[in-house]
Design a protein. Structure first.
Length: 222
């Protein structure tokens, strides 16, 4: 089994006013919380252990997870962003490549975590699940990455990062900052030609702001 980190510590500012009293991962889409949808993907893919980080209204997330086989990496003192958050959680995740998942999206079609696991190779340091920009429902802005014929990624292009990946965390130790984004690690791996991508074959929707919720429910219901 491969360990999974679910990022649930964000402030959810784009989701206000829904997040004034509720953390974004506990917002319901299609009758189920975003966090539960992320956990379902992990369980269906056979991952483990599972770690969820918390900061904003973290007590609500901890209460929601009570009794489940999920560890919590508490960032109550200071939100650490994705890179710092993953590094803090590594003692709970264990060694080797880890999966990470953003809960604020919905997926249809093949399980993205299972697809990443099937495509992973030892010559990769990161494998990102990508969405073609023209199929990225509710996405605001331009694409994130380009991809060559061998699957190596570069910055700027017509693919959106879908919020799921496998990544080797070893080089996190060499980043001096306490609070930093995984973009810092991606840039190192891209420069070495060891960051790759695959394309999700199903539906996808970014649930980043309130008006995206009905769009996400349309994606879920086909």
């Amino acid at each position: 089994m491969r360990p999974l980190m679910i990022f649930a510590a964000g402030l959810g500012t784009r989701m206000r006013p829904l997040t004034d009293r509720l953390p974004k991962p506990l917002i319901h889409v299609g009758g189920r919380t975003l966090l539960d949808r992320a956990l379902d993907l992990g369980r269906d893919a056979g991952v483990g252990p599972v770690v969820v980080n918390t900061h904003y209204l973290g007590d609500q997330i901890a209460a929601h997870l009570a009794g489940q086989d999920v560890a919590i990496s508490d960032e109550a003192g200071a939100i650490l962003d994705t890179g710092g958050g993953l590094r803090q959680a590594l003692p709970l995740l264990g060694q080797g490549p880890v999966m990470t998942l953003n809960p604020d999206v919905v997926w249809t079609g093949p399980n993205p975590l299972a697809a990443l696991d099937a495509a992973w190779r030892d010559d990769m340091d990161a494998l990102l699940m990508l969405i073609p920009l023209d199929r990225a429902a509710a996405r605001q802005g331009t694409g994130d990455f380009a991809m060559d014929a061998q699957g190596r990624i570069a910055r700027q292009g017509d693919f959106v990062y879908g919020g799921a990946q496998i990544i080797r965390p070893d080089r996190l130790a060499g980043i001096p900052d306490r609070v930093f984004s995984l973009n810092r690690l991606w840039d190192l791996l891209i420069a070495d030609g060891r960051a790759h991508g695959i394309v999700h074959r199903g539906g996808w929707c970014d649930v980043g702001y309130p008006q995206a919720i009905p769009l996400a429910e349309q994606v879920l219901h086909g």
